[in-house]
Design a protein around this ligand. Structure first.
Ligand SMILES: Nc1nc2c(ncn2[C@@H]2O[C@H](COP(=O)(O)OP(=O)(O)OP(=O)(O)O)[C@@H](O)[C@H]2O)c(=O)[nH]1
Length: 410
């Protein structure tokens, strides 16, 4: 029997089993069995990287965003609108068959946008190009789930289920469960609060299913069996997702209003122009979509200021909490690996600074649009610069666009 048939059989058994106190241990074991089989299903064939032909796109820019959705929801049209890269769009399904990359230039950064083939129900089991699409999505920083605003809300649930089945957790935080396998000592089960979904016996049974007999488990939240399985599997990817409802030009205003009020959702129309030109911000709500995407990516632009000179506002160092971190040390490493050991302190202007400029050490967390001047061990700082960056208590919280455009000499 193949893996998919085995999963189907266990799912059928779960559906037949009544949910009550007496069956919860058995259901927990079945869930663990399914999770193990799904992991096997995801293992790429020997000698392949998992992405597959036409899907191995080199990473480029400061972040990567994947477009995921059913066929014909407007993914290719959106890629063309946002990046200017042509991706075949047509009224028939499955126009896109590989991964088409484009670049969005936004807020002084370059963001790689990937148009992917439409996925269908059963993608997690390998239907269509589901496996390749999911492998590429896992390599991106955030996912834009493109939905047809005129179709049923059920599509969002189906796609979320498909992605959950392959270990993608959208807009969720990793469970607060400490888990460590050991060589000896049996299983130590601990909790910092009362648990309502899992007890010691159930935890032992799940671990037993994974043939784990020595481990330390500490629940720091009232987690579920699924959370425990996720932690044991250890291969889950927690990603941010923005739900993008396209084609709102064919939806009534009340429905548009309802869709727009859902969490993490943006409504757009690639066909409807709010202005007279094809220029990006005039296409209905694409500017809102870009702003939301930017917010979710959490990129931090840091501008460098050489001693005695103007900050360089043309080319920021782009940091990200998910990719390497946002401290002064991360910033220095970004410029050059050997820089950290020469740094005496840095001067920081911007929202992360309590006063302008603030003398900071390597562990200081930088904010978006901060300006940083590095003072090396044998260098003297210029006292925080003269003119607009001089320390004063009523300094603007953020370096404004006007200041960036017309900097004064220091
Ligand atoms: N009414 C309306 N139609 C749209 C909109 N955006 C795209 N379309 C149309 O929807 C159809 C499908 O668009 P595509 O961009 O090819 O969709 P896709 O999701 O890339 O499709 P696949 O390649 O099959 O996955 C095309 O005929 C587009 O013109 C929109 O905002 N409103």
């Amino acid at each position: 029997m193949g893996i998919i048939e085995k999963i189907k059989e266990i799912e059928a058994e779960m559906a037949r089993t009544q949910k009550n106190k007496a069956t919860e241990y058995h259901l927990g074991q079945l869930k663990a069995k399914i999770a193990k089989l799904r992991t096997q299903l995801l293992e790429p064939p020997k000698g392949s990287s998992g992405a597959g032909e036409g899907f191995e796109v080199t990473k480029f820019g400061h972040g990567r965003v994947a477009l995921i959705g059913f066929p014909s929801v407007g993914k290719s049209t959106l890629l063309t609108m946002l990046t200017g890269t042509h991706s075949e769009a047509a009224s028939y399904e499955f126009t896109t068959l590989t991964c088409i990359p484009g670049i969005i230039h936004y807020n002084d950064t370059k963001i790689q946008l990937l148009d992917l083939p439409g996925i269908i129900e059963g993608a997690s089991e390998g239907k269509g190009r589901g496996r390749q699409v999911i492998a590429v999505s896992k390599s991106s920083d955030i996912v834009l789930m493109i939905l047809d605003g005129s179709k049923s809300e059920g599509h969002r649930q189906i796609l979320t289920k498909e992605l959950e089945a392959v270990g993608l957790r959208l807009n969720k935080k990793p469970p607060q469960i400490y888990f460590k396998k050991k060589k000896t000592g049996g299983i130590s089960f601990n909790k910092t609060l009362a648990l309502t979904h899992v007890d010691e016996k159930l935890c032992y049974q799940i671990l037993h299913e994974y043939k784990i007999h020595n481990a330390e488990v500490l629940f720091r939240e009232d987690a579920t069996v699924d959370d425990l399985i996720d932690v044991i599997e250890g291969n889950r990817k927690y990603m941010k997702c923005v739900y993008v409802y396209n084609k709102i030009d064919v939806v009534g205003i009340d429905d548009v209003d309802k869709l727009a009020r859902q969490p993490n959702s943006v409504v757009i129309s690639c066909n409807m122009k709010a202005g007279s030109t094809l220029y990006l911000p005039f296409t209905l709500n694409l500017d809102r979509l870009l702003a939301k995407m930017w917010e979710e990516m959490g990129l931090v632009r840091v501008y460098t200021k050489p001693q005695g000179q103007q900050p360089d506002f043309s080319d920021p160092v782009v940091l990200s909490a998910d990719r390497g971190g946002c401290t002064v040390e991360d910033f220095c490493n970004h410029i050059h690996r050997s820089l950290v050991k020469d740094v005496k302190y840095v001067l920081v202007w911007g929202t992360s600074a309590r006063h302008y400029p603030q003398h900071c050490g390597l562990s200081h967390f930088l904010h978006d649009e901060d300006v940083v001047q590095i003072v090396k061990k044998k260098e003297k700082d210029d006292g925080g610069g003269r003119g607009r960056f001089k320390s004063h208590s009523t300094a603007p919280a953020r370096i404004s666009d006007r200041e960036k455009k017309a900097p004064l000499k220091t």
